[in-house]
Design a protein around this ligand. Structure first.
Ligand SMILES: [Zn+2]
Length: 355
């Protein structure tokens, strides 16, 4: 997962109850994006418990689409026939926690399910997704401010003082935990909320299917919404095994880091929000074949689609990547600066597909 603002670079949208008047003036494309993304964002699905998100995706598919769920839980929609087979994959899951135990004082012990900085959760509201409904709580803050940097293991307090009382609320080991979240429209076509990674990718695939003109499609396109990406690309690995070497290309549709904020170093990410989606050409684990990025750029230019070519790579690899980076400057018409390493879900996805 990355900060919420990251996803805004990919799919600007509009919304929010208090701004319904403004939303009513949105063009249809923005209205569709908002409707699809808001429903996905406001559905919870920690890695391993993606069922509710998968159900939302199914409900939002066009009526002609035939969806299948594989043994891992990935959702597949196949369109068209023949080669080359092209695959798009976005992941359904979001980061969170799982209850591993209940202490005698009633608090919950946790393990991460695709974590982020633990300190960001301290003293924040929590939501336990229990069997009979969601149970609110709070992530317990550290006892002492002298514990710097890495806090002790996170626990959640659901307001009880005994193990029995916690269990009486319906909470049990294995339940997942997130923070409460809401899709909120900001100014213009921007919005904020948790789990934009990768609900924006899931929404983008749905919107693509809704607009797809099947009558002119001359080859097969497969859309996959994958599970358990945040904890090791489990779903993508299962899909990759099922597909074998059939696909010509696999496009992982996920988020990209943007430095478009007053507090970020300007060289951190070179994909300003509002200038279009990002084709990730290079990061700290993979280099997208040059011809693939070039063809994406050509298609985007021909169709008038705003597209940026981006990199996220380790500083230590900057030297070896220089020829690639300078080629990207030419392809994109602007220069990309190698930036510090960041965890990259899209690169992991590519790696899985290559195995
Ligand atoms: Zn992701």
């Amino acid at each position: 997962m990355k900060a919420t603002t990251l996803a805004l670079a990919l799919l600007p949208v509009s919304v929010v109850p208090s701004l319904r008047g403004l939303a009513a003036q949105d063009p249809p494309a923005i209205r569709d994006a908002q409707q699809v993304l808001s429903r996905l964002v406001e559905t919870y699905g920690v890695s391993g418990t993606e069922g509710p998100v998968r159900d939302q995706v199914k409900a939002l598919l066009p009526t002609w689409a035939k969806a299948e769920t594989d043994t891992a839980g990935n959702l597949w929609v196949r369109v068209g026939q023949g080669n080359p087979v092209v695959v798009f994959v976005a992941h359904l899951d979001e980061i969170g926690f799982r209850v591993t135990g209940i202490r005698d004082d009633g608090s919950l012990e946790l393990e991460t399910r695709g974590g982020f900085y633990p300190s960001l959760f301290e003293a924040q509201p929590a939501l336990v997704h229990a069997d009979k409904g969601d149970v609110p709580g709070v992530f317990i803050p550290r006892d002492s401010a002298f514990t710097r940097h890495t806090p002790p293991s996170l626990r959640v307090d659901v307001g009880t003082t005994s193990k029995e009382a916690t269990m009486a609320r319906g909470v049990s080991p294995g339940n997942t935990i997130t923070m409460p979240k809401q899709y909120v429209r900001l100014a213009g076509t921007r919005a904020t909320g948790r789990s934009f990674d990768d609900r924006v990718g899931s929404a983008a695939q749905l919107l693509a299917l809704r607009r797809l003109n099947r009558t002119v499609l001359q080859h097969q396109v497969i859309f996959i919404w994958s599970v358990r990406e945040e904890i090791g690309l489990d779903g993508a690995a299962v899909a990759a095994r099922a597909l074998g070497t059939t696909p010509r290309r696999v496009h992982a549709i996920d988020t990209f880091v943007s430095a478009d904020s007053p507090l970020e170093l300007p060289n951190f990410g070179v994909a300003p929000i509002g200038r279009g989606a990002v084709a990730r050409a290079l990061d700290n684990s993979s280099v997208t074949p040059r011809a693939h990025v070039d063809s994406l750029v050509r298609v985007a230019r021909a169709r008038g689609v705003a597209l940026q070519v981006g990199t996220t790579t380790a500083a230590t690899t900057a030297r070896s990547s220089r020829p690639t980076a300078s080629w990207m400057c030419r392809s994109a018409g602007r220069c990309a600066t190698p930036i510090p390493p960041r965890r990259s879900s899209i690169s992991k996805t590519w790696s899985a597909w290559r195995t």
